[in-house]
Design a protein around this ligand. Structure first.
Ligand SMILES: C[S@@+](CC[C@H](N)C(=O)[O-])C[C@H]1O[C@@H](n2cnc3c(N)ncnc32)[C@H](O)[C@@H]1O
Length: 233
C-alpha cells in the first residue's frame, strides 16, 4: 500500500500549479481580510519588532493596509473620502485595537497638526482635481506630520505612460468587462509628472524623491511612488 505521505505529496504538487497563490496554499475560499488576520496573529505571536510610529493612512479603503500594519506600529488612523469605505474598514478591523477610522478628505484632514510620524496615501493622489488640489493636499499632509516625519504617497500615474497604459490594458488577459472598467477612468484621473509633484511638495515643506514601483506589481510600468520627508523648522 502507498504510504500516506505520497498521497499528500501528489496532492500538494497538483495544488502548486493552481492559478492563484491563495488556491495553491489551500486558502482557496479564504477572503483577504481573513488572510490579513492570519498575518497579524503570526507577527504578534512571534513578537516581531514593533515600532512606536503613529501612522495616518489617507484613502484607507476597506482597511486592509492598516490591518496588515497594525502589529508593527503604535497605531493607524485611516481616513477615507467614502463613508462606505470607512464603515467597511471599521467593520473589517474591529478586533485590531490600535486602528481607528473616519471619513475625511486629503485636502482637509480631520486630524491634529504634527500628530503623525508617518503618512501613507496609496493610490489616492490620482483622484485629485489638478495641481491646485495637489498643493492643498500636500500642505495638509505636511501639517499632519511631525517635523522629520515621512510620507509615502504611492502609485501615481505618469502622463508619459498614458498611451502605453491604454495599449497594455487592451492586450491584458482579462475579460472585456474588466478592460472597459480599467479604461473608463483614464481621462478622469490625474496624470501628473513626478517632477511637478516634487516641486509642489517642496512648496508645502516636503522634500524627497521619486521611486519606481516593484516590478511584481502590474501597475509598475505606468505609476511611480513619492517618498517625502517634512522639513525641520
Ligand atoms: C484605489 S483605492 C486605494 C485604497 C487603499 N489605499 C489601498 O491601497 O488598498 C482609493 C481610495 O482613496 C479614497 N479617496 C479618493 N479620493 C480621496 C480623497 N480626496 N481623500 C481621501 N480619500 C480619498 C477612495 O474612497 C478609495 O477608498
Amino acid at each position: 500500500m502507498k504510504d500516506s505521505s505520497s498521497f499528500w505529496i501528489d496532492m500538494w504538487n497538483r495544488k502548486s500549479t493552481a492559478g492563484s497563490d491563495f488556491e495553491a496554499t489551500g486558502r482557496g475560499t479564504m477572503d483577504l481580510v481573513g488572510f490579513l488576520y492570519t498575518l497579524k496573529e503570526t507577527i504578534e505571536a512571534l513578537e516581531l519588532r514593533r515600532s512606536e510610529s503613529r501612522v495616518l493612512d489617507i484613502g484607507c479603503g476597506t482597511g486592509i493596509i492598516p490591518l496588515a500594519l497594525s502589529p508593527w506600529v503604535k497605531g493607524v488612523v485611516g481616513v477615507d473620502l467614502s463613508k462606505g469605505m470607512a464603515a467597511r474598514a471599521l467593520k473589517n478591523c474591529r478586533s485590531a485595537e490600535n486602528l481607528s477610522f473616519c471619513t475625511g478628505n486629503i485636502t482637509s484632514l480631520p486630524v491634529r497638526s504634527a500628530s503623525f510620524d508617518r503618512v501613507l496615501a496609496y493610490s489616492v493622489l490620482q483622484y485629485l482635481n489638478g495641481p491646485g488640489e495637489v498643493k492643498i493636499a500636500f500642505t495638509e499632509v505636511a501639517r499632519a506630520l511631525k517635523p522629520g516625519g515621512v510620507a509615502f504617497l504611492a502609485a501615481n500615474p505618469d502622463p508619459g505612460k498614458k498611451k502605453l497604459f491604454e495599449q497594455k490594458v487592451k492586450e491584458r488577459d482579462i475579460d472585456e468587462r474588466q478592460k472597459v472598467e480599467a479604461l473608463r477612468y483614464v481621462d478622469l484621473i490625474l496624470w501628473m509628472t513626478g517632477e511637478e509633484m516634487l516641486q509642489i511638495a517642496s512648496r508645502a515643506g516636503l522634500s524627497g524623491e521619486l521611486r519606481p514601483i516593484h516590478s511584481r506589481i502590474w501597475q509598475s510600468f505606468y505609476m511611480y511612488d513619492l517618498l517625502l520627508r517634512k522639513n525641520h523648522g
